[in-house]
Design a protein around this ligand. Structure first.
Ligand SMILES: Cc1cc2nc3c(=O)[nH]c(=O)nc-3n(C[C@H](O)[C@H](O)[C@H](O)COP(=O)(O)OP(=O)(O)OC[C@H]3O[C@@H](n4cnc5c(N)ncnc54)[C@H](O)[C@@H]3O)c2cc1C
Ligand SMILES: NC(=O)c1ccc[n+]([C@@H]2O[C@H](COP(=O)([O-])OP(=O)(O)OC[C@H]3O[C@@H](n4cnc5c(N)ncnc54)[C@H](OP(=O)(O)O)[C@@H]3O)[C@@H](O)[C@H]2O)c1
Length: 419
C-alpha cells in the first residue's frame, strides 16, 4: 500500500501534485474547500486573461488543445484547460470537495525535536519514521469535522485568494469614517460580470494599487463610466508593467528566462566560480534591464505621465510580479477616463473620500476598491497549529516568501514563482 499523501487545494498546483504522486505510487487525497476545481480561475473579473504567454503556462505532459489559438487565452479557456487536465488523468475521484483543512499538526516529535530538524521528515528524507501529519477537515456543507492522519502533506492552497491584504489605518481614519463603500478586488472578482458593471456604474471609483488587479479593474470602470465618472487609480509605486513580451522585437524570454540568464544572477549557496561569473556578467545584466526599460518607457509614453519607475526592470522581474498593462490603458489616461494619482506614503479615509498624506483636500469618491493584493504568507502560516511551523513561513506581503524554511546561512533560497 502506497504512503498516504494529503494535498490541500485543487487548483492547478494541487491537480498537478495529485497526478504526480499517483504516478509515484502514493495514495493522494485532495481536499478542496470549494465545490469545484480550478482555484483562482473559477472567479475572476470579466477581462481577465492569461498574462503569461500560453506556451509557458502549460502542463508539460498535457498541451493546450488545438482549438485554443490565442497567445493569451481568457479565463474560461484557462479554466477549461485545467479541468480537461483533471479529466484526462482521471483525478476527480481523488478529490474531496467542500472540505476545508484547518489546523495541521505533526504528531510524533516534540517541539524541541522539530526545532532541531533540518529538512523534510527530520532526516533529509520526505517521510519520517517518527511521526505523521494530523489535521482536522471541516465539511462545509454539513459543518461536521473529521480527523485525518497522513504520511505527507502538500500545501497547494494558493497565494492570491481568500486572505486579502487590507491596509491598516489609525482609528478614526479608516473606512469606518467614510460615507461611501470600500471593497477589496477579491469582492469585485466574486461578482458576476453584469453585477460588477452595475455596481460601479455612475460612481466615482478610486482603485488603490498599481499591479494587475488594479490596472484591470480601473480599465473595466473606465469601460463602464467613461469620461463622465473617471476612475482614479491611487498608487504608491510606479511599476514596469509590460505592454508585451517583445522589447524592441527581442523576446523577453531570450533576455531573462533561459539557462544563460540564470548565470547573470547571484544565487544562494553559489560557489566561487558562479559568483565570479555573475559579477563579471553584471554589466550585461544592467544592459538588459536598460534595454527593456527604454522600450517600455517609449512604447507606453511613461515619461509624459510621470510614470517611469525609480527601480530597475531587473528588480521588477526578479520579484516575479510582472504585470501586463491592459491594451489602451494609457490612452484612457490620456483621454481622462482614468486618472493616476500618486500617494507615496500612506493614505487615510475621511467622510468624503480619501486623504493622501500631505494634502489637505480629499480625493472625493463614492467607492474605493482596494486592489492591494493578498496575504499568502498569513494563509500559509495560519494553517499550522505549531508556532514552530508557523515560523518557518517567513516573509510579508511584499517580501520574497521562502516556500520551505530557509537553509542555514541562506536568506532567500526560493524566489516567488507565480504570475
Ligand atoms: C486573477 C489571477 C490571474 C492570474 N494569472 C496568472 C497568469 O496569467 N500567469 C501566471 O503564471 N499566474 C497567474 N496567476 C497566479 C495564479 O495564482 C497561478 O497561475 C495558479 O493558477 C495558482 O494555482 P494554485 O493551485 O497554486 O492556487 P489556487 O488557484 O489559488 O488554488 C488553491 C486552491 O486551494 C483551495 N484551498 C485553499 N485553502 C484551503 C484549505 N484550507 N482547505 C482546502 N482547500 C483550500 C482553494 O479553494 C483553491 O481552490 C493569476 C492569479 C490570479 C489571482
Ligand atoms: N492574469 C491576470 O489577468 C491577472 C489578474 C489579476 C491578478 N493577477 C495575478 O494575481 C496576483 C495578485 O495581483 P494583485 O494585483 O491582486 O496584487 P499585487 O500584485 O500584490 O499588487 C498589489 C498592489 O497594491 C499596492 N498596495 C499594497 N498595499 C498597499 C497600501 N497599503 N497602500 C497602497 N497601495 C498598496 C501595491 O503597491 P506597491 O507595489 O507600491 O507595494 C501593488 O500595487 C499577481 O500574481 C498577478 O499577476 C493576474
Amino acid at each position: 500500500m502506497g504512503k498516504k499523501v494529503a494535498i490541500i487545494g485543487a487548483g492547478a498546483s494541487g491537480l498537478l501534485a495529485c497526478k504526480y504522486t499517483l504516478s509515484k505510487g502514493f495514495q493522494p487525497i485532495v481536499f478542496e474547500s470549494a465545490s469545484t476545481i480550478g482555484g483562482v480561475w473559477t472567479k475572476t473579473i470579466e477581462t481577465t486573461k492569461l498574462q503569461t504567454p500560453r506556451e509557458v503556462y502549460q502542463f508539460s505532459d498535457f498541451p493546450w488543445p488545438s482549438s485554443v489559438t490565442e497567445d493569451f487565452p481568457n479565463q474560461h479557456q484557462v479554466l477549461d484547460y485545467i479541468k480537461s487536465y483533471a479529466h484526462h488523468f482521471d483525478l476527480l475521484k481523488h478529490i474531496k470537495f467542500n472540505t476545508e483543512v484547518c489546523g495541521i499538526e505533526y504528531e510524533g516529535s516534540s517541539e524541541d525535536e522539530m526545532q532541531a530538524r533540518s529538512l523534510w521528515g527530520g532526516s533529509g528524507e520526505p517521510f519520517s519514521s517518527k511521526g505523521k501529519w494530523k489535521f482536522v477537515v471541516e465539511d462545509k456543507q454539513s459543518l461536521s469535522t473529521e480527523i485525518y492522519v497522513v504520511d505527507f502533506v502538500i500545501l497547494c492552497i494558493g497565494r492570491f485568494s481568500d486572505v486579502p491584504n487590507i491596509p491598516e489605518f489609525p482609528s478614526n481614519k479608516g473606512p469606518e469614517v467614510f460615507d461611501g463603500e470600500v471593497i477589496h478586488s477579491m469582492d469585485y472578482a466574486a461578482m458576476d460580470y453584469d453585477s460588477a458593471r452595475r455596481f460601479v456604474r455612475g460612481k466615482q471609483v478610486t482603485v488603490v494599487g498599481f499591479q494587475k488587479s488594479a490596472l484591470d479593474i480601473a480599465m473595466e470602470c473606465s469601460n463602464t463610466n467613461g469620461l463622465e465618472h473617471p476612475c482614479r487609480v491611487l498608487y504608491k509605486t510606479e511599476h514596469w508593467n509590460v505592454p508585451d513580451y517583445l522589447p524592441w522585437g527581442v523576446p523577453l524570454a531570450c533576455l531573462y528566462l533561459n539557462r544563460f540568464s540564470e548565470l547573470l544572477v547571484h544565487k544562494p549557496g553559489e560557489g566561487i566560480l558562479l559568483s565570479l561569473l555573475a559579477t563579471i556578467l553584471s554589466p550585461l545584466r544592467w544592459a538588459f534591464s536598460k534595454f527593456v526599460e527604454s522600450y517600455i518607457t517609449k512604447k507606453l509614453g511613461l515619461a509624459k505621465y510621470g510614470m517611469v519607475p525609480k527601480h530597475s526592470f531587473l528588480q521588477e522581474i526578479s520579484s516575479c510580479l510582472i504585470s501586463t498593462v491592459p491594451e489602451k490603458f494609457y490612452d484612457r489616461v490620456q483621454e481622462g477616463s482614468i486618472i493616476l494619482k500618486k500617494s507615496p506614503s500612506s493614505f487615510s479615509f475621511c467622510q468624503e473620500g480619501i486623504l493622501v498624506e500631505g494634502e489637505s483636500s480629499p480625493v472625493k469618491t463614492d467607492l474605493v476598491i482596494l486592489a492591494t493584493g493578498y496575504r499568502g504568507d498569513k494563509k500559509l502560516k495560519d494553517i499550522f497549529v505549531s508556532p514552530t511551523f508557523q515560523d518557518y513561513i517567513a516573509g510579508s506581503p511584499n517580501a520574497t516568501l521562502p516556500l520551505y524554511r530557509p537553509l542555514q546561512g541562506m536568506n532567500n533560497p526560493c524566489r516567488r514563482v507565480d504570475g
